[in-house]
Structure formats: C-alpha cells, structure tokens
Write a protein that binds this ligand. Structure first.
Ligand code: FAD
Ligand code: NAD
Length: 853
C-alpha cells in the first residue's frame, strides 16, 4: 500500500483525483519485471497495451498533464540480453514500435525504464532504432531513463543529443540516480572487471546527476528533462540553475517524497510534478518492493538521512562538490577483491567494444589445426569437434616404454625441483597464470572445438584456472617459505617443515579440461613435486596447449610431463607405476574405485589418493521459494554446460502446492534456450562430449519415454552430438542410482512431508557433492543445510560455478575424499611433514636460559 498504487488500473484510479488535486500527475508502471517465458512477455505486452488505452481515456483537470506509461524492456522479451540481439530486433523491436504507435494514438507518453548496466547498450540501440522507425508525432512521445550513477551517463547524453538532432526531435529524458547499485557492484566483482560500471561514492553520483541536469537544461531543443529524485538538495540545485520551472518536470515514486514535493510545489506553482505509480498484483511486487526498501534503508539515502536526528540538516543540504572527502572505506576495484592476490580478469562481453575486440581475436583460432605434423604418422588420434565433426587436431598416445622414460625423468628431477626456492616456483606458476589470460582467445576457441564449451563457460574456466594458480601460490609461500617453530622445553629447538611427496600422478577429466587439469598440477608443482599428468583423452589438445604454457613460464620440461592415452591403458599403467608417490584424480566413481583397487595391489609405500568424483545433486524448493528466481537457478544448475558438470542439478524437489506453476514456468523458460555452435555467443547449450556419451544419454531418455516419465524435452539441431534438454518425472529419489551426465533434470513432487525426510533420502544415496535450497525462510534453509551430508550447499542461488577460496569445492561419501579444491587444506595433501629437533644445550649448557637470567 505504501509503494504500489493499486492491483490494477481501476483500483489505482480511485487515488488519482486526490493526487491531481495536489497538482501531481502520474506515470504508470505495470510492474512487469523480467519475463522468463514467451507467455510472460505476451502477458506483459497485453498489460501495457491495455494500460495505454486506459491511461489514454483518463481525463485529468486541464492544468494537469495527461498521465503516461513507463515500460521495462526486460518484461517484453524473455531473453532481453546482448547475446540475443538478432532475436530482439526481430521479436522485441516490433512490439516496441507497436506500443509507441498505440501510445501516440492514445495521446499518452511512453517512457523506457533503465535497468541493469548489462542492458544499457541494448536499450540505447533499441531506442535509436525505435526513433528511426516511427513517424515524428510518435517520436515526440517516446522518452527514456538515464541513470546518473552510471559512468556512462554523460557520454549517453551527448549521444542522445546527437540522435535528437539527427531526427529533429525533442527527447524526454527522465534523469534518475539508479536503482541497481548493489547488483552492479556484486556483478562487477564476480566477473573480475577492470572497474565498476557505476560510481562508488554517493557524492560522485550526485555530482554526475547535477552535471547531467545542466547538460539537459542547456539543450532545450533536444531534451525535455524530467528530474526524478527525492533529494531536496538535488532539487534545490536544479531550481537554482533554472528558476523557470516550466522548462522541466519533477518526478517522485509512489509513497516517497510527498511532503517534499508539496513544499516545492507551494514555492513554485508552475512546476509540473509526476508520480511514478506501480500497478500490479501482489505476487509480482517483490523485486520492486525490495529495491524500494533497500533504497529507503540505505544509509547513503537522502530520505533515510532526513529522518535521522543525528545528521545535521546543514550537512544534508551541502552541495556534493563541497563535501569533505568521503570518510567511508572506498570499495576496492574488482581486480583487488582478494586481500593477498590479484583477481582473475574477466571480459565485459555486454560492452560491444570489449566484445568485438575479443571476438575478432577469437576468429583467428576457429580453424587452427593442432599437432598437424602428426596426422600422417601411425598411432595418432584425430580429434573432431563434437558440434560439427570438423577436425581440430591430432595427438599421439604414450606407450609403456615412453612412460618409463618419463617416470625416470620425474624421479631424477624431483630433488632439484624441490630445492628450487619457493619464490622461483611461485614466479613460474604466476607467469603461467598470466599467460592463460593473454592466450584466452585461443584457449576459449580450442576448448569449444575440442570439448564443446560455450564462450562464457570457456572464459569462466580460464578465470578459475588463473585463480587456482594465484591462490595456491599464495598458500605455498605461507606453508613453505620457512619452517615453523614449535613450543617445547628449554634447551631444545623444534621445527616443523614440509617437503614434497615426490612424483604425483595427476589424472583429470574432460569436462574442466583446463581448470581441473591446472589445479591438480599446480598444487603438486608448487609444493615441490614433479608431475606426470594424464588428461582425459577427450581433452588432450587443451592439456598439451596448457602444458606448453607451463614450460614457457619456466617449469622445466622434465618436471611436468604429459602421459597421453586412454584410462584403461596408459591411465592404469601410470597408477601402477612404482615411480609415483601419490595420485590426485578427478573423474567418475567407477574409475576412482578401479584406481583404489590398483593402489591396494601396489608394493612398497602406501600412497595417498585424492579422489573427486560424481554427485547426484539435489535442490529442495519449499513453497516460499520465489518462482522466477527458482526457475532461473534451476535452468543454470541443470542445463548449463549441457549438464556436464559434476555439480549439475540432477533432482529437483518441488512442493505439491506450487509444483504445477513452477513446472509450467520452467517449461516455458526452457524453450527459450538456444542449442548450437558453442563458438557462437548466442548459444546456451552445446553438444555433449562424444558419441559414447551421446548414445548412452539417448538410450536413457528412450527408456524414460517408454516409462512415460518425460515432462518436457527440447528439439535439437539435426547435426552434432546434441542431447535434448529434458525434464523427467520421478516418484522416489532412489530410482536414481547413477549420475546421468547430461542435460537431464529429474523432478520429484512432495506433499505434507517434513523437509528433513527429504534430506535423509538425499543423504541415503551416499553421494554428497552439491545441493541447493530455495526458501525465503532463512532459518529453515540453514536447518536443512546443517543436516545435509554434502560438500557444497547453495541457498537461494544456482548450485554451479564454485569460486576459488570463497567456495572451496569437493564432496564427501561417494563424491570424494577431499580435501576441497581451491580451499585452504588442499596443498597439505601434497606434502609430508618433517620435524627437526636440535638440542641447543648439547655443547655444555643452555646459553639461552642463562642469557635470559
Ligand atoms: P538519493 O538518496 O539522493 O540517492 C540515492 C541514490 O544514490 C541511490 O539510489 C544510488 O543510485 C546512488 N548511490 C547510493 N550510494 C551510492 C554509492 N556508494 N556510490 C554511488 N552511488 C550511490 N531507477 C532506475 O534504475 N531505473 C529507472 O527506470 C528508475 N525510474 C525511476 C522513476 C522515478 C519517477 C523515480 C523517482 C525514481 C526512479 N528510479 C529508477 C529510482 C532512482 O534511480 C533512485 O533509486 C531513487 O530515486 C533514489 O534517488 P534519490 O535522488 O531520490 O535519492
Ligand atoms: P572418467 O572417470 O571416465 O575419467 C577421468 C580420468 O581418469 C581420465 O583422464 C581417464 O582417462 C582416466 N581413467 C579412466 N580409467 C582409468 C583407470 N582405470 N586408471 C587410471 N585412469 C583412468 O571421467 P570423465 O568422463 O573424464 O569425467 C566425468 C566424470 O568426472 C563425472 O562423473 C563427473 O561427475 C566427474 N567430475 C567430478 C568432479 C569433482 O570435482 N567432483 C569434477 C569434474 C568431473
């Protein structure tokens, strides 16, 4: 009731007359938040359509402006994202043009709201196309919102000014400060961007707002400014700059700033004022309401400070340029997020300039052949792209005689590598990390062509590998630089130090061809071990590429060596080899068991075995879960990377009372996904890894189909190893005994059942990798989390994409032995402990004790 004018326009209409009497008109917002499905966007389009007609028929008194309508482009298309630009031009632009024409015919102004920075360039491109497409009278009624917290606000106004001149029109610009500040900060940090897209001090936003206001006021031919703010100081500065209040409009939000506007209007009777008035049903209100509550609760907010008796009015009324330098701790740039290491660098693909430069680099590697000279030799393996069967390259497997030579090298080099100062080892690994970043275009292309990784997945994987290098480097320095002194009696000096185990066999899977491969090897190398690395045969070219980078970065060629071939031949021989002192393995449970049996049959020392294996990962949603958020997280968790992540969601528990709605939303959102070439930016889901996986997954789906369990399934491209993303209905979780490593999600409905029993069922499977909980009841979520025997639990988010150091990754039970990768205990498993006790009084007396006396 505070922030929303009514559930529909007829309910809202009851309040209009009193606002009009106070001299204020309205801009109605249909509370359309982002659409997830085509049905959602059709519904929102219909709602805007109806609203325009209804608003056009409102008859305010003659001195009150006709109310207008505000729209959100994210409500008009389920994929309002830069990746989907061609679709947006074909599907969203026509809707926009139709709405603008209809608004003009009804005599109603239309304003396009500003949303997240990711959508900024899209909205401007669409706005420019809209302006160009419609007739001058229609053009005159279209406006848009510019956010002053954006570092791009000022150039945007220049660009808009030029647009207005080109089309000989006046654009209505609503100038706001911006409502997504915390989201922008979080995203920029997550993506490792070079800087934030928004200002990080409130004063900077206020100054930018005033600078933009001046620009708008100075270009009356091109702009009609609508200043949307509740900040009295901002309003005073505008009124001071342009006392002729007929030259612009002031705007406030429903439920905010009414008293302030009352006073301002009393002083400036000519001033036009407008209330942004959300209209909508309660179930759609939440994100909007949360934004308003955050806004009003923030201690930087003018409204909040106005009600704080401890804040002097003089300080509130100061011009932002006169403020003392900020006393709060400045936000670190995303690159400096971690206290002791540099964050891996991301690319802001939503910015066309950054995107184009990266994509043109990527083009150099779309057809590159690897290991070309091997093609004519025997014993070579040809690698084909799972998307189009195109040739990517060749590699040659290691035979047993070669393995013996490699193993002998590794043993011979081990002592000198271990005695290499830790700083030199770290320098080499950090150089390798840097080179992963400089070579990222080639790596992204290679991973896409060899293992079907999408561009975004490839970039994320490179960042993870870089973070692992830097995090383990920092830890290795802490552990190995100097021995630790232990407490004890006088006359004795006790030291604990760590030394390498010897030679480690690193056996990695294909689904993280770079990150897991790198993480295992780098941990072993930093702690002074030599490495025999056996990558998955499906990811050999990527492993070779990375190993060359390691060698170029200064790791001697005999310290890290590749052993290539299948698991059953070379993998087994490696695990059985007497030269190795430990095995670190990531892969399937079956392989882990096979290796464990092999270890049991070894003679000599008992060697350690780190095994990170499969999961049957669940997500429990309770009936308080927010459906749109839940569905977005389900889709990413289950279908990203074609479900070929160990952490991927396999079983979703939905409560009986909301299941139908959520399943419907899920089906609708699923059909919006694009399957195709992983090297195409618009692709959400690529092919599965190889013919075996493809055949097995299709067999599984055929079986589910005969059992009539398919809830929905997508069409797939005719060519390529695609498996239809599918939702399968289950009755009980124990119907699943094995991981289905593909884009297949199982759903279970539950009713009147204690959530604790679901947790017990999940635990009873014996796996324990990841699990998600979606609930607006935090206590409940935490209670369930405590009971779950699972390595990584995620509440109210997706369950994939663990971040190094923040979310150390690894499971328990059948899912792994630990220690967690990217966590603080990982390196310990690669070293042995040694104590040295020195009797300092052996030469006739305890001089330290005596000196002290
Ligand atoms: P103030 O208290 O002066 O400013 C608060 C604002 O300062 C915050 O919202 C934030 O933008 C900024 N800020 C706070 N802390 C910091 C910091 N540390 N560093 C940098 N900046 C900081 N917002 C949109 O994003 N899109 C829209 O389409 C939109 N439409 C609106 C329409 C109307 C009519 C109105 C009144 C507001 C609209 N808003 C929109 C919300 C608007 O962006 C502001 O969130 C809100 O008006 C608060 O700003 P203020 O000037 O009233 O208050
Ligand atoms: P996989 O078990 O088939 O192969 C993994 C590695 O082991 C490959 O290098 C393979 O050549 C080798 N190998 C196979 N048989 C061997 C043997 N007898 N002796 C020695 N080495 C042998 O697994 P995959 O198909 O490459 O990867 C997918 C699996 O990995 C999935 O089960 C997934 O859940 C799991 N995985 C787990 C994690 C985790 O962190 N828990 C991460 C990624 C993948």
């Amino acid at each position: 009731r505070q922030f929303v004018i009514g559930e529909d326009l007829s309910a809202a209409a009851r309040h209009l007359t009193s606002d009009w009497t106070c001299g204020e008109t309205h801009s109605f917002d249909m509370l359309g938040e982002a659409a997830l499905t085509a049905a959602d966007s059709a519904r929102y389009l219909q709602a805007y359509d109806t609203a325009i007609r209804q608003v056009g028929s409102l008859r305010p008194p003659p001195d009150i402006e006709q109310p207008s309508v505000s729209i959100k482009l994210s409500a008009l298309h389920p994929r309002y994202e830069a990746q989907q630009w061609p679709r947006l031009q074909q599907e969203l632009l026509p809707s926009l043009i139709a709405l603008a024409e209809q608004a003009s015919a009804a005599g109603v102004d239309l304003t396009i709201d500003a949303e997240e920075a990711d959508r900024l360039e899209l909205s401007l491109q669409l706005f420019a196309q809209l302006i160009a497409a419609v007739a001058p009278p229609v053009r005159a009624r279209i406006g848009l919102v510019v956010q002053a917290y954006s570092k791009r606000a000022w150039p945007i106004l220049h660009w808009l000014c030029e647009l207005a001149m080109r089309h000989d029109t006046q654009i209505k610009v609503r100038l706001v400060k911006g409502a997504y500040w915390d989201t922008e900060i979080k995203r920029a940090q997550q993506r490792g961007l070079s800087s934030y897209p928004v200002f990080t001090s409130k004063a900077a936003t206020d100054i930018c707002y005033l600078a933009c206001a001046h620009w708008l006021l100075d270009h009356p031919q091109q702009f009609f400014p609508q200043f949307a703010t509740h900040n009295a100081t901002t309003i005073a500065a505008i009124l001071h700059r342009q006392p002729d209040a007929t030259r612009y409009e002031l705007q406030r939000l429903q439920g905010m700033g009414a008293d302030l506007y009352h006073i301002v209007r009393a002083q400036h009777p000519n001033l036009r004022c407008r209330i942004y008035a959300p209209v909508g049903e309660h179930r759609e209100l939440l994100p909007y309401l949360v934004r308003r509550l955050l806004e009003n609760g923030a201690n930087t907010s003018f409204m909040h400070n106005l009600h704080d008796p401890a804040i002097a009015i003089d300080s509130l009324a100061s011009h932002p340029l006169q403020l003392e330098p900020p006393t709060f701790t400045a936000l670190r740039n995303p690159a400096e997020l971690w206290p002791q290491r540099i964050n891996s660098r991301g690319i802001y693909l939503q910015s066309e300039i950054q995107r184009q430069s990266f994509f043109s680099e990527l083009d150099n590697y779309r057809d590159r052949l690897y290991g070309g000279s091997l093609s004519a030799t025997t014993n070579t393996v040809a690698v084909h792209n799972p998307y189009n069967d195109g040739l990517v390259g060749h590699w040659r497997s290691t035979d047993l005689a070669q393995l013996n030579i490699l193993a002998a090298n590794a043993r011979e080099q081990q002592t000198s590598w271990q005695l290499t100062p830790i700083d030199e080892r770290v320098a080499a690994i950090e150089k390798y990390a840097d080179s992963l970043q400089t070579q990222r275009a080639e790596l992204v292309a290679l991973m896409a062509r060899e293992t079907g990784k999408t561009i975004e997945n490839g970039l994320d994987e490179i960042r993870e590998a870089v973070d692992l290098c830097r995090y383990y480097s920092q830890q290795a320095r802490d552990l190995l630089t100097a021995p630790r002194h232990l407490p004890g009696t006088t006359g004795e000096d006790n030291q604990l130090s760590f030394m390498a185990r010897g030679t480690i066999a690193c056996i990695s899977p294909w689904n993280f061809p770079l990150a897991i491969f790198t993480g295992q090897i780098v941990a072993a190398l930093l702690t002074g071990n030599t490495v025999l690395a056996k990558p998955a045969e499906q990811a050999t070219l990527t492993a070779q590429f990375a190993t060359q980078l390691l060698h170029s970065a200064g790791v001697p060629t005999t310290v890290v060596q590749l052993v290539l071939g299948t698991g059953e031949t070379v993998g087994q021989a490696l695990c059985a080899h007497p030269a190795i002192d430990g095995i670190v393995f990531t892969g399937s449970l079956t392989t882990a068991r096979a290796i464990q049996i092999q270890i049991a049959h070894r003679n000599g020392a008992t060697i350690p075995f780190i095994a990170e294996t499969a999961g049957i990962n669940a997500m429990i949603a309770d009936s308080s879960a927010q459906p749109e958020q839940l569905v977005k997280d389900i889709i990413r968790s289950a279908f990203d990377s074609a479900g070929q992540r160990c952490s991927a969601l396999r079983v979703l528990y939905l409560p009986e009372n909301t299941a139908a709605t959520i399943e419907q939303l899920l089906n609708g959102a699923l059909t919006q996904l694009t399957l195709g070439d992983p090297l195409h930016w618009s692709t959400d889901i690529g092919p599965v890894i190889d013919r075996d996986a493809h055949a097995q997954l299709l067999d599984y789906l055929a079986e589910q189909k005969t059992r009539k369990r398919i809830v929905c399934s997508l069409e797939v491209p005719a060519e390529g190893l695609f498996v239809p993303p599918t939702v399968v209905r289950l009755q009980r979780i124990d119907e699943l005994q094995h991981e289905t490593f593909g884009p297949i999600l199982h759903i279970l409905r539950y009713s009147n059942q204690k959530l604790e029993t679901l947790v017990d069922d999940i635990n009873a499977l014996g796996y324990g990798l990841t699990c998600g909980i979606h609930s607006r009841n935090e206590q409940q979520a935490l209670r369930l989390a405590k009971r779950l025997r699972v390595g990584n639990i995620y509440i109210n988010r997706d369950i994939i994409g663990a971040v190094v150091e923040s979310q150390p990754f690894g499971g328990m039970g059948k899912s792994g032995t630990g220690p967690k990768a990217g966590g603080q205990n990982y390196l310990h498993r690669f070293i042995v402990e040694k104590t040295i006790t020195l009797n300092t009084s052996a030469l006739g007396g305890d001089y330290r004790l005596l000196a002290r006396q």
